[in-house]
Design a protein around this ligand. Structure first.
Ligand SMILES: Cc1ncc(COP(=O)(O)O)c(C=O)c1O
Length: 408
C-alpha cells in the first residue's frame, strides 16, 4: 500500500460486479470452461442506426469540445422524452448529459449532500450506492427489505428510519439486483410521505424500459408535478439501448441543481464524448422498437431461469421479477443444509467462489455475483443476459455445486 493514499482511497472497495467479471475472464484465458451469468449489460449489440449516427458525427468532424451539460439537440431530445414519455414536464435547462448513469448519480449526490447527511438506501441495493454516498461524505442508512414485500419498502419502513439528519433517499425501480419494481400506488404512498418530511428523492430509472407482463412503469416525479424541486431523476442509454460502453447517462433535476452538477462536470471531465452524444441523440429520435424486442427476449429468458431455479434444492426465488435482467434467489435453505456454508463468514461469497473453483465445479465453472455486495449475503445474483443455452448450462452447474455443498 502506498503511503500517499488517503483514508478514503484505502477504504474504497472495487466494484464487486467488475471483479467477478475479471476473475471469470482470467479463468477463460487459462482455458477453463466458464459460463458467465454475472453480466450487468444486455448481450445484444447497439442498434445499427445509432452506430451510423456516431460514424456520421465522426466523419462530420464533431470531434471538438462541446457544451459541458450536453449538446443542445440531445438536451432537447432528453427534455422531450422526460416530458412526453415519463410525464415530467422538463425544459432542456433541467437536463444534463453525463458519463453514464453512474456519473449522473455521483454528480447529483456531490451537488446535494453535505458531510454527515443521512441517505436512505433500501436493501438489497445496487452495489455502487454505498460507495458513492461515502465518497461525498454522506451516511448510508439501510432499510432492510424481505421477499414478503418483494424487496420493496413501505411507509412504515420510512417512519422507522427517518431522523432529523435524513436528507435524501435512493429509489431504484426496476431494481438491480432484485428485479422488483414499485407500482404507481406504492410510489404515490412513498412519495407523499417523503415530501411531507421534506426529503430529496433520487430515482434511478435506468431499467425503466425492461419491464415484464405489462407491468406499468412510472417515474415517481411524474406523480407530483407541483413538487418537482424534490426530485432528481437519473437515467442512461446503457441498458435501454445496449450502449453500456458508450457511457451516456442523463439527469432531470431543478435547474439550480443541474447548473451545479454542470460546474462539477466542467471542472472534472468537461463534456461527455461528443460522438457518443450524437449516437444517443439518434437513439431518442429514431425508431423505438429496439428495446421492445429486448424486453420480450429478456422476459422469455427470465421465465426459463425461473423454471430451472425451481428445480435447485435450497435455492428459492419466492417471486418473479417485474423487470431488469437479474434473478436474485435466496440461499437460506441451502445454507441450512450445508455445514460448510454455515461455518464460513460469508455464504454468498463462498458459493460464488466454489462455482469458480475447478476442484468443486468439476463439470465447468459458473460466474455469478454473490449477494453480499448488494447488502444481502443470503442471496446470489444471476444475470440472464446470455443465451438460453448458456442459462441452461450455467444453472445446471449451479445445481451440481449446490448439491456438493449440501451435507451428506
Ligand atoms: C441500478 C443501476 N443504476 C445505475 C447504473 C449505471 O449505469 P451506467 O452504465 O449508465 O453508468 C447501473 C449499471 O449497472 C445500475 O444497475
Amino acid at each position: 500500500m502506498s503511503k500517499y493514499l488517503n483514508k478514503l482511497s484505502s477504504k474504497l472497495k472495487p466494484s464487486a460486479t467488475l471483479s467477478v467479471k475479471s476473475r471469470a475472464s482470467q479463468l477463460k484465458r487459462d482455458g477453463v470452461s466458464v459460463i458467465d451469468l454475472s453480466a450487468g449489460e444486455p448481450d445484444s449489440d447497439t442498434p445499427e442506426h445509432i452506430k451510423e449516427a456516431a460514424i456520421k458525427a465522426l466523419k462530420d468532424g464533431k470531434t471538438k469540445y462541446v457544451p459541458v451539460p450536453g449538446i443542445p439537440e440531445l438536451r432537447e431530445a432528453i427534455a422531450a422524452k422526460f416530458t412526453s414519455k415519463n410525464n415530467i414536464p422538463t425544459s432542456p435547462a433541467e437536463t444534463i448529459v453525463t458519463n453514464g448513469g453512474k456519473s449522473s448519480l455521483y454528480l447529483a449526490l456531490r451537488t446535494c449532500i453535505e458531510e454527515g447527511d443521512e441517505i436512505l438506501v433500501p436493501t438489497p441495493y445496487w452495489v455502487s450506492y454505498p460507495a458513492m454516498i461515502e465518497i461525498v461524505g454522506g451516511k448510508p442508512v439501510y432499510i432492510k427489505t424481505t421477499t414478503d414485500t418483494r424487496y420493496k419498502i413501505t411507509v412504515k419502513d420510512l417512519e422507522k428510519h427517518i431522523t432529523n439528519k435524513t436528507k435524501a433517499i435512493l429509489i431504484n425501480s426496476p431494481s438491480n439486483p432484485t428485479g422488483s419494481a414499485y407500482t404507481k400506488d406504492e410510489l404515490h404512498a412513498l412519495g407523499s410521505y417523503l415530501l411531507e418530511k421534506n426529503i430529496l428523492i433520487f430515482s434511478d430509472e435506468v431499467y425503466e424500459e425492461l419491464v415484464f407482463d405489462d407491468f406499468e412503469q412510472y417515474s415517481i416525479a411524474s406523480l407530483f408535478p407541483n413538487d418537482l424541486d424534490n426530485f432528481i431523476t437519473v437515467n442512461a442509454f446503457s441498458k435501454t439501448w445496449s450502449m453500456t460502453g458508450w457511457r451516456v447517462g442523463y439527469t432531470r433535476a431543478p435547474e439550480k441543481i443541474i447548473s451545479a452538477m454542470s460546474k462539477y462536470q466542467g471542472q472534472l471531465s468537461s463534456n461527455v464524448n461528443s460522438i457518443a452524444q450524437y449516437a444517443a441523440h439518434a437513439a431518442l429520435t429514431g425508431p423505438q422498437d429496439f428495446y421492445e424486442e429486448l424486453k420480450k427476449s429478456f422476459q422469455k429468458r427470465m421465465n426459463l431461469g425461473d423454471e430451472i431455479i425451481k428445480e435447485i434444492n435450497g435455492v428459492d426465488l419466492h417471486f418473479k421479477p417485474s423487470g431488469a435482467f437479474f434473478l436474485f434467489p435466496r440461499i437460506d435453505e441451502l445454507v441450512k443444509q450445508s455445514s460448510k456454508l454455515q461455518e464460513c463468514e460469508n455464504p454468498s461469497m463462498l458459493l460464488a467462489e466454489s462455482l469458480l473453483d475447478e476442484k468443486i465445479a468439476t463439470e465447468g465453472c459458473l460466474a455469478l455475483v454473490p449477494g453480499l455486495p448488494f447488502g444481502d449475503d443470503m442471496s446470489i445474483r444471476v444475470s440472464y443476459s446470455n443465451s438460453e443455452e448458456n442459462i441452461r448450462e450455467g444453472l445446471k452447474r449451479l445445481k451440481v455445486v449446490c448439491e456438493k455443498l449440501i451435507d451428506a
